[in-house]
Design a protein around this ligand. Structure first.
Ligand code: MN
Length: 713
């Protein structure tokens, strides 16, 4: 077990002036709050924070970070409060502990790659201080090392999460040794058989490898001595997980992976790096396409080296990395390699430059504060413009800072957005304007009655939500425009005597719309509704197109049929057997379905239907009369008026009304008058479907007490 002394002496090695007291104080506090707690391994709980702190010391972290490492489980796993830690150890330490506690409380499900990436970003975004991530990585590394004491299901869950989330995070931080340690531990728990095979195979080949290593080192050293270059040659076996990846990617068995050794040559200057590369390529044949110059083009995390693969002395591939000592330091400890600059020393121009890798590394897009200021404060907002929240099912979604629950709702589905009335965030109701915060669990509440509102545009942040809301408003306004436009256009048509024709569905208006360069008749009508096109202008263009001259030789009826065809029969009438004619019913006799009727062809207003007995058509031009039949399949309503004369009696109107509704007819209008001789005269305008229905109603009313006469008007 690691002891306090191991940590403090390590710290004093790389930072002699460090305030060791803070670490000691944190140790005492941690020992006190975790007293009596035991790990599943049987060790006292304190061993865990000590190990984590030791890993942080190996990363050469500052004392605040190491203290936070010792305290990292105090809030979550003991009675200690964050306030206590803040009071005893200061704001910085408390912030780190708080960040680690928050991340530890979350369980990440990461079914897909994209999701894992979001989780990693979320952790970064939640870590306002980058040391939060480093403590979390140290915590996870020790937990992975002791995972064997956990039940199997938990082993798999933790190992999966580590492989998906924490190993890549360590890689992004540039801390390669933590990354490979985590990966190998994950492989051990997730693919135990493959892990064992790789272990066996590499052990069996150890002798062979040693021999090979010595040979390569010997050849190289001789060459370097010859050229007078001081260099250290290191050979190492690749970590198991990278051998496993190789097997997967190239579909190989363990014993088919030859290049399990990697060589590294470390020199003093960049010039020497390229020189050595030349020597190596002169000794062994390089494999085409495998040379990478990360010195002139560093990786996003500032990693620099030359990589090459050559055909080695035994005819097998071998990888060689060439780098300077400074590059080696960065490659091994990543972000931690820069930490010494934090502690009060003056940052040089070069340091600024080195720190820019962090910006690239973390996709920093917006202009960052002065790097120096940033160094001093150590506080970092790694993704200043993003927040990450959970769906109820544990999926992580990212949003721009300031995004509201409306943005969240629209990100799920535009219908959810439109119907969103609020949300539960971490189980509590919040209003529409609520701004999402990192780690929120958001559950949207919808209502069928809800619809988007112009005000929403004032606070939504995502372009998706904005676009969808605008779209909705436009559609809504257009509908209103069309409705209003239709009303005023119909009025204008009526004034010009075109009221009886279904102009709005005619070819004529379509032609006018085209002439005025509208895409459709609807567009034209909407523009009238918005007041952008004058109805008069439109009517002026439509009217001449309806000016029909009677032409008997061509057959008036067939001409009418083509002129006034309606898209849909609405009246249950067939003219010469054709049902989609523009017709209307004569007001003088108001014919009902089933009654004997005749059609009269008007000039420009379609066909008027009269009762055969109507006085108005008795002297009409026989050429303009057409036979009419009722279409029994159509159900439409027609109006009919009745006059009921009765002895005046209270309630008679109600009685008659009841009869009418019992017969399934609507009363559009009713009026009662009393005559001087105490008779009541009631007028009814009804909506009926047929002549027969009207006859039924009339005979029923006649049976009502005190009714004297029922007449049709
Ligand atoms: Mn822990």
């Amino acid at each position: 077990m690691i002891r306090l002394n191991d940590i403090t002496s390590l710290v004093q090695n790389y930072h002699p002036k460090a305030d060791i007291e803070l670490i000691e104080k944190a140790y005492v506090f941690s020992a006190k709050v975790h007293q009596g707690q035991i790990r599943l391994s049987g060790e006292p709980y304190l061993s865990h924070p000590l190990e984590a702190a030791y890993i942080l010391a190996q990363l050469k972290m500052d004392v605040v970070c190491i203290a936070a490492g010792l305290l990292h489980d105090a809030v979550e796993d003991s009675d200690a409060s964050l306030e206590e830690i803040r009071g005893l150890f200061g704001e910085e330490t408390a912030t780190i502990v708080d960040g680690v506690t928050k991340i530890s409380k979350m369980q990440f499900v990461s079914k897909e790659q994209r999701q894992a990436e979001n989780v990693r970003k979320m952790i970064l975004a939640m870590s306002t201080d980058i040391r939060v991530i480093l403590v979390k990585l140290a915590d996870r590394l020790h937990n992975m090392r002791t995972l064997g004491f956990q039940p199997e299901a938990k082993q798999i869950r933790i190992a999966t999460e580590t492989l998906d989330i924490y190993a890549p995070l360590a890689g992004r931080m540039g801390i390669n040794w933590i990354k490979s340690s985590l990966e190998d531990l994950c492989l051990f728990y997730l693919e135990p058989e493959i892990y064992a095979k790789i272990k066996d195979e590499t052990a069996q080949r150890r002798g062979e490898m040693e021999k090979f290593m010595t040979e390569v080192k010997g050849i190289l050293s001789a060459k370097l001595e010859e050229s007078n270059i001081q260099a250290v040659i290191k050979a190492r076996q690749k970590h198991f997980y990278s051998i496993y990846r190789k097997m997967l990617d190239q579909d190989l068995n363990v014993n088919q992976v030859y290049d399990i050794l990697a060589f590294r040559v470390i020199v003093n200057s960049i010039k020497e790096c390229y020189e050595i590369l030349g020597h190596i390529h002169s000794i062994w044949k390089p494999v085409p396409g495998r040379f990478k110059d990360y010195i002139s083009v560093p990786k996003a995390n500032m990693y620099q080296s030359l990589h090459t693969t050559v055909i080695g002395p035994l005819g097998q591939r071998m990888e060689i990395q060439i780098r300077t000592w400074e590059m080696n330091r960065v490659a091994e400890s990543g972000i931690a390699a820069h930490w010494k600059y934090k502690e009060g020393s003056i940052a040089t121009q070069a340091d600024h430059k080195q720190f820019t890798w962090l910006q690239q590394l973390l996709d920093w897009q917006k202009n960052l504060k002065d790097p120096q200021e940033f160094l001093e404060s150590v506080k970092m907002d790694l993704f200043p413009d993003d927040v990450y929240v959970f769906t109820p099912r544990g999926e992580v979604k990212s949003f721009p800072k300031g995004a509201t629950i409306i943005d969240f709702a629209y990100s799920i589905h535009s219908e959810i957005g439109e119907k969103c009335v609020g949300a539960k965030v971490n189980g509590k109701m919040v209003p529409l304007r609520y701004q999402l915060k990192n780690g929120n669990i958001v559950e949207i509440t919808t209502s069928a009655k809800q619809h988007p509102n112009k005000d929403w545009l004032k606070f939504v942040k995502t372009s998706r939500a904005k676009t969808k809301i605008r779209q909705w408003i436009r559609t809504e306004e257009r509908e209103e425009g069309i409705n209003f436009g239709r009303t005023i256009l119909e009025k204008a048509l009526q004034q010009e005597g075109l009221g009886q024709i279904n102009v709005l569905k005619s070819e004529q208006i379509a032609a006018v719309a085209k002439e005025l360069s509208f895409h459709s008749v609807e567009d034209l009508i909407a523009q009238i509704g918005f007041g952008k096109t004058s109805p008069r202008q439109v009517v002026g263009r439509i009217k001449p197109r309806f000016d029909i001259k009677a032409d008997r030789s061509q057959g008036l009826v067939s001409k009418m049929v083509s002129r006034f065809r309606k898209p849909r029969p609405e009246h249950g009438i067939k003219v010469n057997g054709v049902s989609d004619m523009l017709i209307h019913f004569a007001k003088c006799c108001s014919p009902l379905p089933g009654e004997r009727v005749v059609g009269f062809i008007t000039r420009g207003r379609g066909i008027t239907i009269h009762l055969e007995s109507c006085a108005h058509i008795q002297n009409a031009d026989p050429d303009r009369l057409v036979p009419i039949s009722w279409d029994p399949t159509t159900k439409e309503s027609y109006s009919a008026s009745l006059r009921v004369t009765s002895v005046e009696r209270k309630g008679i109107l109600a009685d008659i009304s009841t009869i009418i509704s019992q017969k399934d007819a609507n009363i559009i209008h009713a009026e009662v008058k009393t005559t001087v001789d105490n008779k009541g005269i009631s007028f009814f305008t009804l909506e009926v479907e047929s002549y027969k229905q009207l006859q039924d109603i009339v005979s029923a009313i006649k049976k009502v007490k005190n009714v004297l006469i029922v007449e049709r008007l």
